[in-house]
Design a protein around this ligand. Structure first.
Ligand code: CTP
Length: 411
């Protein structure tokens, strides 16, 4: 069949872990489609999953034994959980219930599925499916955030009618979308395929002496989310990150730096079609970093003269042959947000600026949080976007970038 020879999935091996949700029946169609594309599918069915779909049906479609019980001695002898997880090119959990996600986030291994997930060194994707209130619960958001930080890619969920009779976000992604996400994993394609995008993210640390530095409270979450969203649209992404606690996102070249000057040097080495400067670069560093720890002196305070750091965004925006076709900055403001950000766009010379209110006067601070409220300022004017999870803001910005290139290529 032609699909077999052309699909990015041909010859690849998937370990499909099926959780206990009503959407588990969709895995039957998923397995059929994946096998049509030449992918080998091996299934682990959780006990809860067995309530919705039978090992017999899954076994006939996958053409392989279906694994269900961690403590089956015969299975362990023939195919232990370590081998199960290591012999795949990719692991997909679908439907990923709130319960499985919580266990994965906490590293709990209490059945075959979760043991295989903890034992694996292979990339993992999840397709969540649950009631919309469970999905929006703080605990689920926290777990999702942790899983993303652990490098796990998330497919969906979609919104619409849910099995519980409610309407909202929480439906398992459509089978077509899951197949596309798997294909994209192996051969990234999308509206930004062929584009190289540079992103700066996180804070910078400017050393004062061997044990002290100047920094700010940026977590890097928004920049990392933008990097992932652009990757998911097919772009080749280079992420230049200051010190953060976040893991390197899967499928993204991540360059770790500490100071503003290192961040500048790293971006200069990389020509790009688009640059998105999300980093909260420290504006100043001490004029002379001390080689030894500065000691307290009776009756006198140390004086630390400061010098200004290079402005990476302004340098990237300079008109020359190296300039990326689209340069996007962020404006962290605490007052007169739109006016300050509009002036900043002109001052720095970038094409777009994303303004965000980083004051925490409304109790919904941005830095370090999972949500953001931004305005996009371009030559065409100002668009105010509703407060939303940083991932949604990132996806929206990524779609805008893709639309920018589509419009330009149509000219
Ligand atoms: N930026 C940069 N290099 C710097 C300072 C800022 O690349 N040395 C970039 C940031 O990544 C962001 C934009 O410039 O995209 C604006 O950063 P922001 O901190 O809001 O503005 P500042 O330039 O620091 O100006 P001010 O402190 O006056 O608000």
């Amino acid at each position: 069949m032609t699909l077999k020879s052309t699909s990015a999935l041909s010859g690849k091996r998937l370990l499909l872990i099926i959780g206990g949700g009503i959407a588990a029946y969709k895995c039957l169609d998923l397995i059929r489609r994946l096998r049509e594309r030449g992918m080998a599918v091996r299934v682990i069915l959780t006990r809860a999953g067995e309530k919705f779909v039978t090992p017999l049906a899954l076994g006939s479609l996958s053409g392989e034994k279906v694994y269900t019980d961690l403590f089956s001695l015969t299975d362990e002898a023939a195919m232990g959980h370590i081998r199960l997880s290591r012999e795949a090119d990719l692991i997909l959990v679908a439907p990923a219930t709130a319960n499985i996600m919580a266990k994965m986030a906490a590293g709990i291994a209490d059945n075959l599925a979760t043991t295989a997930l903890l034992a694996t060194d292979k990339p993992v994707m999840i397709a969540p499916s649950m009631n919309s209130r469970m999905w929006s619960h703080r605990a689920s958001r926290r777990n999702l955030d942790q899983l993303r930080q652990d490098g796990i890619r998330v497919i969906g969920p979609g919104s619409g009618d849910l099995a519980c009779g409610e309407v909202g976000v929480g439906r398992l992604a459509e089978v077509d979308d899951i197949v596309t996400a798997l294909e994209n994993f192996f051969v990234p394609t999308g509206p930004l395929t062929g584009k190289h995008i540079l992103i700066t993210a996180g804070p910078t640390h400017e050393a004062i002496d061997p044990v002290r530095y100047i920094a700010n409270i940026s977590s890097g979450k928004q920049g990392y989310a933008i990097a992932r969203a652009l990757r998911d649209l097919g772009a080749r992404v280079s992420l230049i990150s200051g010190p953060t606690t976040l893991a390197d996102p899967d499928g993204i070249e991540t360059i770790r730096v500490t100071s503003a000057r290192q961040m500048l040097a790293a971006q200069q080495a990389l020509p790009a079609d688009v640059a998105v400067c999300v980093a909260a670069v420290a504006d100043w560093r001490v004029a002379a970093e001390q080689g030894q720890k500065i000691k307290k002196q009776d009756g006198s305070l140390p004086t630390l003269p400061l010098v200004e750091n290079p402005d990476i965004l302004a340098m990237l925006s300079q008109k020359n042959d190296q300039r990326p076709g689209l340069v996007i900055g962020f404006a962290a403001e605490t007052e007169n947000i739109s006016a300050n950000a509009t002036a900043k766009r002109a001052r720095k010379g970038c094409d777009w600026i994303v303004a965000n209110d980083v004051s925490s006067h409304d109790g919904q601070g941005v830095m370090g949080s999972d949500h953001n409220r931004v305005s996009l300022i371009t030559a065409a004017g100002i668009e105010d976007w509703d407060r939303a999870p940083k991932d949604d803001i990132a996806a929206r910005l990524a779609r805008k970038i893709a639309a920018f290139f589509m419009a330009r290529e149509e000219l």
